[in-house]
Design a protein around this ligand. Structure first.
Ligand SMILES: [Zn+2]
Length: 331
């Protein structure tokens, strides 16, 4: 990406796009994490599903997420293709935000564990590589949330935040309030020292259905389409507000084509992991008819084939409990 940005070398841009596509379509788990045992495998051989029974070193989380944010941010800024933002938020909510914080003596979180039955553990050595990339990644959250363009600003991540800029026509800011991804609404308030024309581009994730985008309480004429940046170009004034609703639906994703019965449950961008001491078995309805507990931690409850209620929990809210990222579908 540096070769493209510095020299305009198209072949390097193609290499970055193709490399990322290979990573995403052949090496990635449902969380957006990739590369079990810090390796890539031959595509199409079922190596991801096989790794669930052979390895607990599923994704080197701080280093991998740091690299993932970096390549997706570059690709996003050059192409304005929102799939890179979708990929970034998948990694954010399901990998790095669930990493335990670094301890004062260098004790660090390293691998996410997607094994059939997994748990979070500390890494064996103090101050590993991941103790360096974790703070680097956190320090970059602000440049990943918003991107500038010649005609306005891209809102890429939905997080409580404020972005400010000054130019010849005045001083401006966007203030975002949201409890996303646990609530599906986002509000953006405009601050403007005087009215000015610019574009606000809002990422509409590919997984949503029938999103609603409004300005000052009125739905925008051009409907927001999943998998695009919705462009709102107008003269913005102090106090204008953008409201976005992104309906979330439960869905299943198999680990790979070779293991169609090993599936993970998602709601919007968030993977829901089964809290259990052994990998539970479900039928499809038992998963897709899960109910939210509204406990403020994003927990859901699913019913397994033996009739027991299983808590389904986002990775970021798991502590020491055993879990299964992928569960078995009854054959
Ligand atoms: Zn590392």
């Amino acid at each position: 990406m540096q070769a493209y940005i510095t020299l305009g070398s198209e072949k390097h841009l193609r290499a970055a796009k193709n490399g990322f596509e290979m990573l995403q379509t052949t090496q990635s788990f449902v969380t957006g994490g990739w590369g079990p045992d810090e390796s890539f495998g031959e595509p199409g051989r079922g190596q991801l599903g096989d790794s669930l029974s052979s390895s607990h070193a599923s994704f080197e989380t701080p280093c991998g997420a740091y690299g993932h944010f970096k390549i997706t941010r570059y690709l996003l800024s050059v192409t304005q293709d929102p799939q890179y933002g979708d990929s970034m938020e998948r990694v954010l909510y399901n990998t790095i935000l669930g990493a335990w914080p670094i301890q004062a003596d260098g004790t660090s979180f390293y691998y996410s564990d997607y094994a059939n039955t997994g748990k979070k553990v500390w890494y064996g050595q103090k101050w590993p590589c991941c103790s360096g990339t974790f703070p680097q990644l956190a320090a970059d959250y602000h440049i990943s949330a918003y991107l500038r363009s010649s005609d306005g600003v891209y809102v890429n991540l939905f997080t409580p935040s404020k972005v400010q800029w000054n130019n010849a026509s005045g001083r401006f800011a966007l203030t975002q309030t949201t409890e996303y991804p646990f609530k599906n609404t986002v509000k953006i308030q405009v601050t403007a020292s005087q009215p000015a024309e610019f574009a606000i581009y809002v990422r509409i994730p590919a997984w949503t259905v029938d999103p609603v985008l409004s300005v000052n309480g009125k739905r925008v004429d051009d409907p927001a389409r999943p998998g695009t940046f919705a462009a709102i170009k107008r003269t913005w004034s102090e106090g204008d507000r953008v409201e976005l609703e992104l309906p979330m639906h439960l869905r299943l994703e198999p680990v790979d084509a070779n293991h169609p019965k090993l599936v993970a449950l998602l709601n919007g961008p968030v993977v829901l992991l089964a809290i259990a001491d052994g990998q539970p078995t479900f039928d499809t309805n038992g998963l897709l008819q899960s109910k939210p507990t509204n406990n403020g931690k994003g927990d859901w409850v699913a019913r397994s084939v033996d009739g027991s209620e299983i808590t389904m929990r986002p990775f970021m809210n798991i502590d020491k409990e055993n879990y299964s990222t992928y569960v078995l579908l009854k054959t």
